[in-house]
Design a protein around this ligand. Structure first.
Ligand code: HEM
Length: 413
């Protein structure tokens, strides 16, 4: 029977709500059944809960992306726009990051960044394997370790750090800056978190500005040099755009990839039959990673803005309204995925939308896949008896809204 209760504001679809923390999929299920698309007046956004509508919305390249396009802006989008800089010529709020950028800038800035990143990602497998082996060497004598702080968190930082060509010794600072800068996407941030965001943003911008100047003087074999060279060869990139998007690569890749690895290890350890399939046939690892992305993906939402009066999922919307797609809800839609709440390592990779879609689809997806595949495969090969230290306890989840990961996962080897 259809749920007669009013649908929850987006605030309730975060770990701030204990019911959501306990069982997000019970809430998502009710929403998909009763509210494929609904209006959240409090946030000033429309929320899409079903797969087909979410996919069409993300793939529609006429949709806008920047929260500055929402009119009138709800409190939710207002928080994002507050962090934008002002265009010196027009005075309009503008972001230099492709994440929230619209045309004509997005298709100017994304291609050179993507070209440099994809080329580095394509040859990074030996580097990833080497970093993983180094982490294993450090934890092996201990007999047990926290999978997050000792493996899943440092791995992506070291990998993207090496790709960018930044100082590995400053890894702790990068994690700290990442945690601060990611608050940009937290509309419910406290004044302390805003101060942290500003502090981290300034530190990381200063760092990359210095690195760019350094690479111009002394080119290296790294991504910062690649981007500076593309700029010198004619790619239309402003320095501020390079800085913002290098930050985007450092930050975008850290928390999410750590969460993918953490969620993947937890899914496998709590589904022994599925883990047995991976151990029996390591060649299925790519499909296992796709199933983790579908079953327990690291990112809850992504958003678009209506470019004109239009209908989404049969709902009429005015131009310049915010549309939020619930990625994890879409990835459990039974219209698309059979037994969607079952973690099935033999599921044929289907069309999940954990990386979003259309022109803004995650630029780091190839790299995240390489890291997660190597991490899961090598972890269970090196430690075949890997198991949870406290199998009867649910691990503590992280509390950052719209990101889905485990805070700490103690394992024995
Ligand atoms: C499992 C890991 C990851 C997940 C689940 C993830 C998820 C996402 C999602 C949902 C979006 C928004 C897409 C849309 O709106 O359609 C996105 C965009 C983006 N991601 Fe990722 N991401 C991951 C890893 C990475 C990595 C490793 C990097 C960088 C090295 C990265 C950098 C970015 C950037 C720069 C964008 C903005 C792209 C654009 O708007 O053109 N991400 N990601």
């Amino acid at each position: 029977m259809a749920d007669q209760n009013p649908p929850p504001p987006i605030l309730q679809l975060t770990p701030l709500n204990p019911d959501f923390r306990d069982d997000p999929h019970a809430i998502y299920r009710r929403l998909r059944e009763s509210h494929p698309v609904y209006r959240d007046e409090m946030a000033g956004s429309n929320i899409v809960t079903r797969y087909k509508i979410a996919r069409e919305t993300l793939n529609d390249r006429t949709m806008l992306r920047g929260p500055d396009k929402v009119d009138p802006p709800g409190p939710f989008t207002q928080r994002l726009v507050e962090t934008f800089e002002r265009d010196p010529q027009t005075g309009e709020p503008r972001t230099n990051s492709i994440l929230l950028m619209d045309e004509p800038h997005h298709s100017r800035v994304r291609p050179p960044i993507a070209k440099a990143l994809y080329a580095r990602a394509a040859k990074c497998k030996p580097l990833v394997d080497e970093i993983i082996d180094e982490k294993f060497g450090a934890v092996e004598p201990k007999g047990g370790f926290d999978l997050l702080s000792e493996f899943a968190i440092p791995l992506p930082i070291d990998v993207i750090g090496a790709i960018l060509g930044v100082d590995v010794e400053r890894r702790a600072e990068f994690r700290d800056w990442s945690e601060g800068v990611i608050q940009v996407l937290n509309p419910f941030r406290t004044p302390e978190q805003t101060a942290y965001l500003e502090r981290a943003g300034e530190a990381i911008r200063n760092y990359f500005e210095a690195q760019i100047a350094e690479r111009r003087a002394n080119p290296q074999d790294d991504l910062i040099t690649d981007v500076v060279r593309l700029q010198a060869a004619g790619a239309e990139l402003k320095d501020a755009e390079i800085v913002s998007n290098l930050i985007g690569l450092l930050v975008g890749g850290n928390l999410t990839t750590s969460d993918l690895i953490g969620n993947g290890v937890y899914a496998l350890l709590t589904h022994p039959n599925e883990l047995a399939k991976l151990k029996a046939d390591p060649s299925i690892v790519a499909q296992v990673v796709e199933e983790v992305l579908r079953y327990d993906g690291p990112v809850d939402i992504t958003a678009r803005v209506t470019p004109r009066d239009m209908e989404i999922g049969g709902c009429p919307m005015k131009a310049r309204q915010s549309v939020i797609t619930l990625l994890r809800s879409a990835n459990h839609d039974p219209d698309v995925f059979e037994n969607p709440d079952v973690f099935d390592a033999s599921r044929k990779p289907g069309p999940h939308i954990a990386f979003g879609g259309g022109s803004h689809i995650c630029i780091g997806a190839p790299l995240a896949r390489i890291e997660a595949q190597a991490a899961l495969l090598k972890l269970f090969q090196r430690f075949p008896n890997l198991r949870l230290a406290r199998p009867n306890e649910k691990p503590e989840r992280r509390t950052l809204p719209f990101f889905n990961g485990i805070q700490r996962l103690d394992v024995l080897i």
